[in-house]
Design a protein. Structure first.
Length: 329
């Protein structure tokens, strides 16, 4: 259960500022003196970003995710989604995360990077190893294993700008985003029925599921100069936590935020970032959610939860380990 958003304040125990209201997070994401930070030490990212804080390779990555490329990949994504879904048992519990999201997310990553199909299992193992270290302690044995796997993926995708993080994001992170969205959808049978009856609502449904179920709960910024925001004065050098999930559930911006409402006007959620630091993979993520969910609601008449999700958290993420459901064709 998310805590309600509240006015900006300084948390002395964490030695950072907390911003959780929608208006405050929006202002922070647009502020020129609040820069992205990375890693456990929360140091400002400089080598990979330009003078405005944008990824230097952003344009190269966006060109790979052009509308023409997405249109080329879509038929394969649709056919693979339908193939997997039609192979799943009906009227028996099935884990959609393991049985659909992970293998299908891997297919999406293979398409986007043009990877050799013969390398599918090797790439799956490497990306799994990289993601397994997410949120792990600095002294965890997962860290050196992930570093080795990252280096291997960087060699394989050296010809693609940000090829390694692109592959891991599409094969691992997108799969977990889909799992989180489908866990919410399974808990709202009326929403499932609405999408089945009105497929034209899918674009709005994708945005609402992202708002409701985004897996990035918080991100961090470092003040590069004095910042006045949300009624507080943030000194230069201070760390700021932007509570994205709480802002996405701010009733001042989204009435009845705990309701999954596919007719809701979406003025802008933060699940895929915002502005100059928005997710470079936002377009393929949106298309992936739309393609997979369209295939799901066209294949099955009903979907019901068949168990808890066993949530995993760490490094600002929150996502389900399993999505056990019962499907009725």
């Amino acid at each position: 259960m998310l805590e309600p958003p509240q006015p900006a304040y300084f948390d002395p125990s964490q030695r950072l500022w907390i911003l959780s209201r929608y208006v405050d997070v929006l202002a922070a994401l647009q502020h020129p003196h609040l820069w992205p930070v990375s890693g456990g030490d929360h140091q400002i990212e400089t080598l990979s970003r330009d003078e405005l804080g944008r990824l230097k390779l952003r344009g190269d990555v966006l060109s790979r995710f052009s509308q023409s490329n997405l249109a080329e990949w879509r038929p394969s994504m649709e056919s693979e989604a339908l193939r997997i879904l039609r192979s799943l048992p009906a009227r028996a519990p099935v884990d959609l995360f393991r049985e659909f999201a992970l293998p299908w997310g891997l297919t999406v990553a293979m398409l986007a990077t043009g990877a050799d199909p013969a390398d599918r299992e090797k790439l799956a193992a490497l990306s799994t190893c990289v993601f397994a270290a997410t949120g792990a302690a600095d002294n965890s044995p997962l860290r050196p294993e992930a570093a080795s796997a990252t280096a291997a993926l960087e060699r394989i995708f050296a010809h693609i700008p940000l090829g390694e993080p692109m592959f891991v994001a599409l094969s691992q992170t997108t799969a977990r985003m889909l799992a989180s969205c489908w866990f919410a959808l399974a808990g709202h049978p009326a929403g499932f029925a609405t999408l089945r009856a009105q497929p034209g609502l899918m674009p709005a449904a994708v945005e609402e599921m992202l708002r409701f179920s985004g897996i990035v709960g918080r991100i961090y910024r470092r003040a590069t100069g004095p910042v006045e925001l949300g009624g507080v004065a943030i000194p230069s050098g201070d760390l700021v936590a932007l509570m994205l999930a709480r802002a996405n559930h701010d009733p001042a911006q989204f009435p009845h935020p705990g309701r999954l409402d596919f007719t809701r006007p979406i003025p802008g959620h933060f699940s895929l970032g915002y502005g100059r630091n928005s997710c470079v993979g936002a377009n393929p993520v949106r298309m992936a959610l739309a393609v997979a969910t369209s295939a799901l609601v066209s294949t099955f008449r009903e979907m019901a939860l068949a168990g808890d999700a066993g949530w995993r958290s760490g490094s600002g993420f929150l996502f389900p380990n399993v999505v056990n459901v019962t499907l009725i064709a």
